[in-house]
Design a protein around this ligand. Structure first.
Ligand SMILES: Nc1ncnc2c1ncn2[C@@H]1O[C@H](COP(=O)(O)OP(=O)(O)O)[C@@H](O)[C@H]1O
Ligand SMILES: Cc1cn([C@H]2C[C@H](O)[C@@H](COP(=O)(O)OP(=O)(O)O)O2)c(=O)[nH]c1=O
Length: 204
């Protein structure tokens, strides 16, 4: 049997620069002989992409939102994450459960104990081997977002919402220092990628 692959997640508030760096990580690891599967949440499966469309565009109760995030995640684990890790591939996911803590608990204020219960139910064993948290002040994230695209339901939230999301991400990073690498992504893309490479080297 092949050795189990590694699971890497990418997190940060909208506009932090997360998507920019996923292909860099994929190329970095492929150059070192790893087979890579890149995916995202919410989404990553046909059903998950339908849920993503609802989640990004429909107004709903905050607990409905959390449950649908975890429904998408459950499907993503069954169809993509677990089988590929078992086959020895490295799975890169643009967001995972830390995003639910940041956005639904931090941002929207859902009871954290309920979130922990969902996490414990949906993935009692699985955690990322590495979580790259792209961290920037809110003004920088907002500037980058405004420069690039039409905003979805989350991206239209106010500054205080993202301040709470960012604080919850940093709280999670402090709680699980062994798997988190907090990447200061106010710096240039090249300098940021140097920091990412250092975090990846530790996994190889
Ligand atoms: N370190 C950086 N310095 C300057 N601009 C950046 C940096 N990282 C990303 N950007 C730019 O910011 C914008 C948003 O980045 P993106 O990766 O889409 O963010 P996210 O996926 O976190 O929402 C893009 O135009 C990207 O080129
Ligand atoms: C996975 C996840 C994402 N989200 C939100 C964060 C993002 O605003 C949004 C979509 O994430 P993302 O794919 O980062 O958006 P984009 O493609 O525009 O960069 O979903 C949650 O609120 N909870 C979650 O559990």
């Amino acid at each position: 049997m092949s050795e189990q692959g590694k699971f890497i997640t990418f997190e940060g508030i909208d506009g932090a620069g997360k998507s920019t760096h996923i292909s860099f990580v994929a190329d970095f690891l492929a150059a070192r002989g790893k087979e890579i599967v890149s995916s995202r949440e919410p989404g990553g499966t046909p059903l998950g992409e339908k849920l993503r469309d609802l989640l990004l565009h429909e107004k709903m109760h905050l607990e409905t939102e959390a449950l649908l995030m975890f429904a998408s995640r459950r499907e993503h684990m069954a169809q993509v994450i677990e089988p590929n890790l078992a086959a020895g591939k490295w799975v890169l996911s643009d967001r995972f459960s830390d995003a639910s803590f940041a956005y639904q608990s931090g941002g929207r204020g859902m009871d954290r104990a309920k979130m922990e219960a969902l996490e414990g139910w949906v993935h009692p064993q699985l955690q990322p081997d590495l979580t790259l948290l792209f961290d920037v002040p809110l003004e920088v994230a907002r500037e980058r977002l405004d420069a690039t695209r039409a905003l979805d339901k989350f991206e239209r939230e106010q500054e205080e919402f993202f301040a709470r999301c960012r604080a919850e991400y940093l709280r999670r990073a402090a709680q699980f220092p062994q798997r988190f690498a907090v990447i200061d992504s106010t710096r240039s893309i090249a300098v940021t990628q140097q920091a990412i490479s250092e975090a990846l080297e530790k996994l190889l």
